[in-house]
Design a protein around this ligand. Structure first.
Ligand SMILES: NC(=O)c1ccc[n+]([C@@H]2O[C@H](COP(=O)([O-])OP(=O)(O)OC[C@H]3O[C@@H](n4cnc5c(N)ncnc54)[C@H](OP(=O)(O)O)[C@@H]3O)[C@@H](O)[C@H]2O)c1
Length: 337
């Protein structure tokens, strides 16, 4: 079988050369383990946290020579575990490989209904990114009808879902994404407008789109994207800090200048509520139920970008940090389902 291992710790943004595709023997499940065949692999920015030589956040850590960490949808091929039978579809952090022998008491596996929804949706709309979008807008963002919400990384897995939830809640939803094509795709999902942060007049366009001020800013990025948002925040705005992808791989200190003084001033003078969170933990099963219902009612679209084959996973993962044309959840089809 094929598997992807880390060749070297990435320096800053990951590149294809940091990874290697290897051939290995298909594992045999030990007592208590299941043998899983991977069908869909999830490529998420959070995987970057597991690739720092010095672990800064998150529990997982991958060292050179080890198989990459990440979520996947698989089917049980053989089972020595009581609660799992051959043919069960499961979702869990089982790694970048075609087969995996997993102890479900060590790596939690969620059974999924592969008939009710496409199996890959368990990695996006009906999985962790969906729960995170729900948390951004409902549990943490507390978005209300008539408010103006700005969402960065709007074309991504979380952003595309969060924006659609925002419209269901009756808010004005402004997306921020890289490039005109991504912005048009975001608007096609129902966002009121999407602003291209790569445009020369990005800050002016954002100010024009948010003329009455911003009630909620869903932070996914940081850096220059956020610098243009801060002056537009209303008094007592909420800022769910979902992610900060512009800083992944930078360690704990950026190259400077230090913009914390300006940020502190905004927090204090605007009464800004800044709150980080783990989306899956905060929104839980309630989010999955809501999203499945909204999707069933045709109120939320399932949007995916599919990459074919495990060989392509390193390039697709690197593209998350260095520019891509993806809209929605990025998944790799490891085997045809
Ligand atoms: N708190 C949680 O529980 C939780 C859970 C899931 C995800 N997250 C976070 O949520 C954010 C979005 O995740 P996702 O799953 O939606 O990711 P995704 O689908 O992979 O989309 C990420 C997008 O971020 C944009 N981006 C990358 N580097 C950037 C930079 N330097 N400046 C501006 N934009 C940049 C890119 O789009 P453009 O082409 O538009 O630049 C990229 O496609 C990430 O920060 C992630 O870590 C948090």
């Amino acid at each position: 079988m094929k598997q992807v291992v880390l060749r070297a710790y990435p320096k800053g943004a990951p590149s294809v050369g940091d990874f290697a595709v290897e051939t290995a023997a298909i594992p045999k499940p030990a007592a208590g383990e299941v043998l899983l065949k991977t069908y869909w692999l999830s490529l998420d920015p959070l995987i970057r946290f597991s690739l720092d030589e010095r672990r800064l956040t998150g529990r997982a850590q991958v060292r050179p020579g080890e198989v990459l960490y990440g979520g996947a949808v698989s089917r049980v091929e053989a089972s020595n575990a009581e609660d799992f039978a051959i043919g069960d579809w499961v979702e869990g952090r089982t790694g970048w490989r075609e087969f995996a022998a997993i102890d479900p008491t060590a790596v939690p596996l969620r059974k999924i209904d592969a008939v009710a929804a496409p199996p890959s949706s368990a990695l996006g709309l009906l999985g962790m990114p969906g729960q995170t979008a729900h948390a951004c807008m409902i549990e943490i963002g507390r978005v209300k009808a008539g408010e103006t919400v700005v969402i960065s990384a709007a074309a991504g897995a979380v952003g595309t879902i969060a924006g659609q939830i925002g419209k269901l809640l009756g808010a004005k939803v402004v997306g921020i994404a890289g490039g005109a094509a991504k912005c048009r795709a975001v608007e096609a999902l129902g966002f009121d407008v999407c602003v291209d942060y790569k445009a020369d007049d990005y800050a002016e366009q954002l100010a024009a789109a948010c003329a009455g001020g911003i009630d909620v800013y869903v932070e996914n990025v940081g850096g220059a994207v956020t610098q243009a948002v801060l002056p537009l925040l209303k008094y007592q705005a909420r800022m769910p800090v979902c992610g900060f992808i512009a800083y992944y791989g930078l360690g704990l200190e950026g190259p400077g200048p230090d913009r914390l003084p300006g940020f502190m001033r905004t927090i204090m003078s605007r009464g800004l509520e800044v709150r980080g969170f783990g989306g899956a933990m905060v929104a839980g099963q309630k989010a999955l139920d809501d999203l499945a219902r909204w999707h069933g009612e045709g109120k939320i679209k399932l949007t995916e970008t599919v990459v074919e084959g495990l060989d392509e996973a390193p390039a697709a993962f690197a593209g998350i940090f260095s520019g891509n044309a993806n809209v929605g959840k990025l998944v790799v089809r490891v085997a045809a389902d």
